[in-house]
Write a protein that binds this ligand. Structure first.
Ligand SMILES: CC(C)(COP(=O)(O)OP(=O)(O)OC[C@H]1O[C@@H](n2cnc3c(N)ncnc32)[C@H](O)[C@@H]1OP(=O)(O)O)[C@@H](O)C(=O)NCCC(=O)NCCS
Length: 163
């Protein structure tokens, strides 16, 4: 395993890998292994990827050697088909995932920082996400300036101001 990784902007051809990361995010809980097909065809998850890469979709991919090892991306979801983390029209919602063997090496934090920088550069004032309660990812989000703005059954919506 190479010791270091780099990040680069996500492109349309990353769609399949981003699908892998949606599966990682949906299966975050230890012992959970819902099948890829079931996750990616479910409306709750499909909306984060369908039609990638459409205008407004922005992402960052972490690469080690020739392998993609993690990704973070955002898209603008409409009020009529909101994501779990929807807070308002025009606020991008992010998704993040890192391949299991690369976790806890700082990849996730670097992706998150790069994506927030990209959102800021794109003129967004805020960025939002949804995280299930109990997922340690919430510790990462808090330490990067995200705060819980609302809570639903088993999950929290978090927002970061980018100004
Ligand atoms: C959440 C995730 C993207 C974080 O990526 P990562 O590369 O593992 O994160 P980092 O190594 O940058 O760690 C950032 C922080 O997360 C926390 N963290 C990381 N691994 C942890 C672990 N095993 N247990 C508890 N906290 C942990 C720590 O607070 C860490 O901060 P530190 O830098 O002070 O140690 C990644 O673990 C993942 O893909 N998880 C499954 C998918 C998922 O849950 N996605 C998010 C859905 S909302």
């Amino acid at each position: 395993m190479p010791e270091r990784w780099t990040t680069r902007p996500a492109v349309q051809a990353d769609g399949i890998f981003l699908g892998d990361m949606v599966v990682e995010a949906a299966n975050w809980r230890a012992g959970t292994a819902r099948p890829r097909h079931e996750i990616l065809t479910h409306p709750d998850h499909r909306r984060y990827l369908m039609g990638w890469q459409r205008p407004g979709d922005v992402g960052v991919v972490a690469v080690a050697g020739s392998e993609s090892i993690g990704a973070a991306w955002y898209r603008m979801l409409p009020r009529t088909d909101p994501g779990f983390g929807y807070v308002g029209t025009g606020v991008p919602e992010l998704i993040i995932g890192v391949r299991p063997m690369w976790r806890a090496h700082g990849v996730g934090r670097e992706l998150l920082r790069a994506l927030c920088a990209a959102a800021r550069a794109d003129g967004h004032a805020r960025i939002c996400l949804s995280v299930e309660r109990g997922n340690f990812a919430q510790v990462l989000y808090r330490s990067e300036g995200f705060a819980v703005t609302s809570s639903g059954i088993g999950r929290d919506t978090m927002v970061k101001r980018l100004g």
